[in-house]
Design a protein around this ligand. Structure first.
Ligand SMILES: *[C@@H]1O[C@H](CO)[C@@H](O)[C@H](O)[C@H]1NC(C)=O
Ligand SMILES: *[C@@H]1O[C@H](CO)[C@@H](O)[C@H](O)[C@H]1NC(C)=O
Ligand SMILES: *[C@@H]1O[C@H](CO)[C@@H](O)[C@H](O)[C@H]1NC(C)=O
Ligand SMILES: [Zn+2]
Length: 647
């Protein structure tokens, strides 16, 4: 175990290719749905008190009434995938518009009805009024589905051969529908299916063959005008359309709001093949290039064959979850999905910020820019090997790291699942980041001294806090770590820029209560929190935690994203076994390298406020830490001192 170091959240545990790009096809634009949010519905209710129907009606009647108002004359069918959400009691109804007994494929609505019969929100792309559509025509007036597929091949370049194909009639899903299976097509994974539908084009509707073709890398639904094979009226690639029912990135835990369906969150730059494809292998479960997530109830070291939720071909990871249930196994699929989602988001964010393949990040197949593959993170949800904690085992580049997430029973008698606490997941993952970056990707033993190990803990807390910052937060906002999961939090003080709420200074390191890695780390993270708020005030808030960059540079626009970038770049510069002093200097240098030192004074002000000013010193390796509150000369102007002493 020479290279292995496992870090945990609460206490230090034992030390334990070439790729083909996925082909994408030109996809014509289709109409967008219009969303009426809860405020708009509330306003409508105030103006017209009985607009939503009365409580005696079921949600279906209430929803139908609403659709009649927003799209008079439209015929709709309620799809069978309607359901009532267990957490919120909200009924979700999904509708497709019909005409002459055929679906208008891309004219849809969804209505979300509260338990009390009021409408929470709704969305619609239904066509209003009289729809200008060709009538249902005889089969002889339409092109053959094989001709339609030929049109798709010619226009979109599907790698298929239809020379020996023929269309065999099949059961239709709708009233007046016609459906076929296309047998003898070469190049598909499954025999294509053709259904006759209407398709809204913006100016009216066309009658079209809906072709479903599994091209392996892409699962295409293509709409070809049933009267003109050269007219591709629409196309959808199902493979890229992954969706996850999760607490979105930026939520710290379930107290921040409800789960939502997130569509295609993978970043196209850092996960160009999505989250479920590693090299030539595509998974439909929670495995992919950046992480493999599964339950590990038995706490063992095997994980390959442990249970994972399957999203099917459509990569639809929408699983029920009653977060208040004491039966954690009733929501394992949702927990694994959440762990997979949070870890992949963080992978993408870190790679954008500079934790690249060459820098030793965690990927199964590196997509061609250096580094060693074979090390997507093993992500164990509901791991049975422990309670009230989590840990991360980092090994050198090319060797798979392991994250174990536990259940918690410290919040009174309530059971909590750490998989839903984003900060815990991010904290653990950050151990991988700091271990790979400090001293180079092939060394993971550079954070093994007490002070460096302490910073290892602090970096995890810092990243978790930076990601949870909300639009209305200010430097006066305090952050408790694992408050939802643990009940009262797991650090001595909340993260705060107030010296009253959190009085820790550099000299606190090594004093009573601050002699172990997590408490020492909390001092380091408090300093980084000061710097983050100085940068937030200077550069402003950018809502999306994912960074956007100043044009032509790798300088994030938003303050907290810039803070994360500088902290990450500092890790690359600092020596093996860094101290607070050398890690501080590395962050200052990272800013010099990235921006020419534009943020030097904000950085120094943050450190100096907490005793890590230019003359701070340590007596020997484990001796006293001596505070200094001085910033460099060039930062002593009034304007800059303001930053130093505010709050
Ligand atoms: C997982 O299942 C595969 C196929 O059944 C088997 O070959 C492999 O040994 C299993 N792995 C473990 C760790 O049990
Ligand atoms: C969720 O679980 C809690 C606690 O067991 C229970 O009281 C509640 O009824 C459950 N909610 C639903 C919608 O099943
Ligand atoms: C944030 O502040 C704005 C403006 O003061 C306010 O309207 C909004 O309700 C606040 N949002 C939250 C979540 O507190
Ligand atoms: Zn930790």
């Amino acid at each position: 175990m020479r290279f292995s170091t496992a870090f945990s959240l609460v206490c230090l545990a034992v030390s334990v290719s070439a790729h083909a790009e996925r082909k994408s096809y030109a996809i014509p634009e289709t109409q967008h749905g219009v969303y009426l949010n809860s405020q708009q519905h509330e306003r409508a209710r105030r103006l017209r008190p009985r607009a939503d129907g009365d409580a005696a009606s079921g949600p279906e009647e209430i929803a139908l009434q609403h659709l009649k108002e927003i799209a008079p004359g439209a015929e709709v069918r309620l799809r069978p995938d309607q359901y009532t959400d267990e957490d919120t009691g909200v009924w979700h109804g999904y509708y497709t518009q019909t005409l002459n007994g055929l679906d208008i494929e891309n004219a849809q609505a969804n209505v979300n009805v509260n338990k009390d019969g009021t409408i929470l929100s709704s969305g619609s792309s239904l066509l209003k009024g009289k729809v200008d559509a060709p009538p249902i025509v005889k089969r002889a007036d339409l092109i053959d589905p094989i001709e339609a597929l030929k049109g798709a091949i010619a226009k979109l370049g599907y790698p298929l051969n239809v020379e020996n194909a023929e269309a065999v009639p099949e059961q239709s899903l709708t009233g007046n529908g016609q459906a076929y299976v296309l047998v003898g097509v070469e190049g598909v994974q499954e025999e294509p299916r053709a259904d006759l539908v209407y398709y809204a084009t913006g100016t009216g509707v066309k009658i079209a063959w809906r072709l479903e073709t599994d091209l392996d890398e892409s699962y295409m639904i293509t709409y070809i005008n049933a009267k003109d094979a050269a007219d591709v009226v629409g196309a959808i690639d199902y493979v890229s359309d992954a969706q996850y029912n999760v607490y979105p990135f930026g939520f710290n835990d379930p107290t921040d709001g409800e789960r939502v369906l997130v569509t295609d969150p993978a970043n196209s730059k850092t996960s160009p093949n999505g989250w479920h494809t590693a090299g030539d292998v595509t998974y439909t479960d929670t495995r992919g290039n950046n992480g493999w997530a599964q339950e590990n109830w038995d706490g063992g070291s095997d994980f390959e064959n442990n249970t994972r939720p399957d999203g099917g071909k459509g990569l639809d990871f929408d699983f029920p979850c009653n977060i208040s249930s004491q039966d954690s196994r009733s929501y394992t699929d949702a927990a694994i999905t959440q762990l997979f989602y949070t870890s992949n988001m963080f992978h993408d964010l870190l790679e954008l910020l500079g934790f690249t393949e060459a820098a030793g990040n965690f990927e199964e197949v590196n997509t061609g820019s250096g580094g060693i593959g074979g090390d997507a993170v093993q992500l164990n949800a509901q791991d049975g090997s422990g309670f009230n904690n989590a840990n991360f085992l980092t090994r050198p580049d090319g060797i798979r790291p392991r994250m174990r997430m536990y259940l918690w029973n410290t919040a009174g008698s309530i059971l909590r699942d750490g998989d839903f606490d984003a900060l815990i997941v991010i904290h653990e993952y950050t151990h991988g980041l700091s271990n790979r970056l400090t001293g180079g990707p092939s060394t993971t033993s550079c954070l093994t001294t007490l002070e460096a190990g302490g910073m290892g803990e602090g970096w995890g807390d810092f990243f978790g806090n930076a990601i949870r910052v909300k639009p209305n937060d200010t430097r006066s906002t305090d952050y408790v770590l694992a408050g939802w999961t643990n009940g009262k939090g797991i650090r001595t003080y909340p993260y705060s820029t107030s010296l009253l709420t959190n009085p820790t200074l550099y000299s606190t390191v090594g004093t009573t209560g601050f002699t172990a890695v997590h408490s020492i780390g909390s001092i380091w993270a408090t300093m980084l929190n000061e710097i983050m708020w100085n940068l937030e005030e200077k550069h402003g808030y950018q809502r999306d935690a994912m960074p956007t960059f100043k044009q032509g540079s790798s300088i994030p626009v938003g303050g907290r994203q810039l803070a994360m970038k500088l902290v990450l770049e500092g890790m690359k510069l600092q020596p093996c076994r860094p101290t607070f002093l050398s890690a501080r200097d590395a962050i200052v240098d990272a800013d010099k390298a990235l921006t020419g030192g534009e943020n030097e004074c904000e950085i120094w002000a943050g450190f100096a406020k907490r005793g890590l000013g230019i003359n701070a010193a340590a007596e020997g390796v484990t001796g006293l830490r001596i505070d200094d509150f001085t910033v460099p000369e060039q930062c002593k102007s009034n304007r800059k001192r303001g930053v130093l002493f505010r709050a």
